[in-house]
Design a protein around this ligand. Structure first.
Ligand code: ADP
Length: 403
């Protein structure tokens, strides 16, 4: 058996999955939470059973040691699991990384050098890589959230600000969730329904125009032409673009100055406001789409407005990206909301009939874990639902690199 251990280290958490890259089977997985705090917690899931431990976890090194112990105690034994690589999710690859890399000391230094661009994410990523390299003697591969967007056309990647200032401070559109956008857009391109449409029109795969909507707690849109990203909604940071669970997405940058000047608020306060207390949460009091939907159904006006703002933003982006692509062949939904919330999918395409976009009510409501078409047969662009799987994508990219 060949497996890859996929690690996603946050500032105070460590998520992991032991994946069989060929079949996509997850042999075990879990999360260590509240690293560095008094009340740490580890949840390890294997064969449908959860093993939970509550104890203080001093740092990321201690967290990974605990994970390795749990594999030996609760299974499966890592010694017998045939691990050929560890795949690390790294949030920011800046302009240094446009593809996954095998980790060496220079890579660690380069990821650390990007901390100013991703102060909330890259420090945890670096620590995770360092402790894992000490404890697991196999090749380590870093897979970057920004990589899929490294080759955005200059017109999409450039902010219209003073070029010298932008260059000095690394200000450009980087984009995030790239592993998911790449995984999903490749699955779309390989789907029989999509291949049949292209073949019937006598077109090659390089002409396929997709708009991908990754709608989870964080949310982002991308425009993908022939497998290459040509536009995306997140920017220098993951704050720009769509309305998210707790993030505002697009706002007038003047709002920040207005709040700083007139509200006597600090920079950190406004940062937290826009990242943690805005979006659906800021508008309605809840950030979870299931809870929001329940409030809307109960007649809550704030929740209704939040959902309307969320859908309005999505429609605006789909329309804009269709313009960027010169048309649209596939609109694809993924992540927690995109995969599960049929009413959100229906709400997005409602009003986009002028682009030929529409859903078939029965197909849209049907539940499935498989990639599927939810638009009616034989009518214009396809609307699809494709479950994302970032861990599997990381495992496959790692194995491709280490052979
Ligand atoms: P992330 O990975 O960004 O933390 P997910 O991709 O897991 O987030 O998505 C979380 C979101 O998906 C939450 O808003 C949650 O309410 C929503 N979600 C999950 N299941 C459903 C469902 N059955 N119906 C509607 N929304 C759902």
């Amino acid at each position: 058996m060949t497996t890859v251990l996929v690690l996603n280290s946050g500032s105070s958490s460590l998520k992991y999955q032991l994946v069989v890259p060929g079949s996509g089977e997850v042999l075990a997985g879990g999360v260590v939470e509240r690293i560095g705090e008094e009340a740490g917690r580890i949840t390890h899931e294997v064969a449908g059973q959860e093993v939970v431990r509550e104890q203080t976890v001093a740092d990321h090194g201690a967290a990974l040691r605990l994970v390795l112990d749990l594999f030996e105690e609760a299974g499966p034994s890592l010694r017998e699991a045939g691990i050929v690589a560890v795949g690390h999710r790294v949030v920011h690859g800046g302009t240094s990384f446009s593809a996954p890399v095998v980790v060496d000391d220079d890579v660690v230094a380069a990821v650390r050098a990007l901390v100013p661009l991703a102060p909330l994410h890259n420090p945890g990523n670096v620590t995770g890589i360092e402790v894992a390299r000490e404890l697991l003697d196999v090749p380590h591969v870093a897979v970057f959230d920004t990589a899929f967007f490294a080759d955005l056309p200059p017109a999409a990647a450039t902010y219209a600000i003073d070029v010298k200032t932008a260059a000095e401070h690394g200000v450009r559109r980087y984009g995030f969730h790239g592993t998911s956008h790449q995984f999903v857009s490749s699955a779309v391109a390989a789907h029989p329904a999509v291949r049949a449409e292209l073949a019937a029109a006598g077109r090659g795969p390089e002409t396929l125009r997709q708009v991908v909507l990754h709608l989870g707690n964080g949310a982002s849109a991308s425009a993908v032409l022939g497998g290459h990203a040509v536009e995306t909604s997140m920017g220098l940071t993951p704050l720009e673009g769509l309305v998210m669970g707790t993030r505002s997405g697009d706002i007038d940058p003047g709002i920040v100055f207005h709040l700083l000047r007139s509200g006597d608020l600090t920079v950190d306060y406004v940062d937290t406001l826009l990242n943690k207390r805005s979006g659906l949460l800021g508008l309605s009091g809840v950030n979870d789409m299931r809870e929001l939907t329940r409030l809307v159904e109960a007649g809550d006006d704030g929740a209704r407005l939040a959902l309307d703002v969320y859908l309005h933003r999505l429609r605006k982006y789909v329309g804009a990206y269709a313009a960027v692509l010169g048309g649209i062949d596939v609109l694809v939904f993924t992540a927690g909301v995109g995969e599960n919330a049929a009413h959100v999918r229906a709400g997005v395409v409602d009003g986009l009939g002028f682009l030929g976009l529409t859903v078939d009510a029965a197909r849209n409501e049907a539940r499935s874990r498989e990639p599927r078409v939810v638009s009616p047969s034989g009518t214009g662009p396809l609307v699809m639902v494709v479950p994302t799987n970032e861990e599997l994508a990381i495992a496959r990219q790692a194995i491709a690199l280490v052979g």
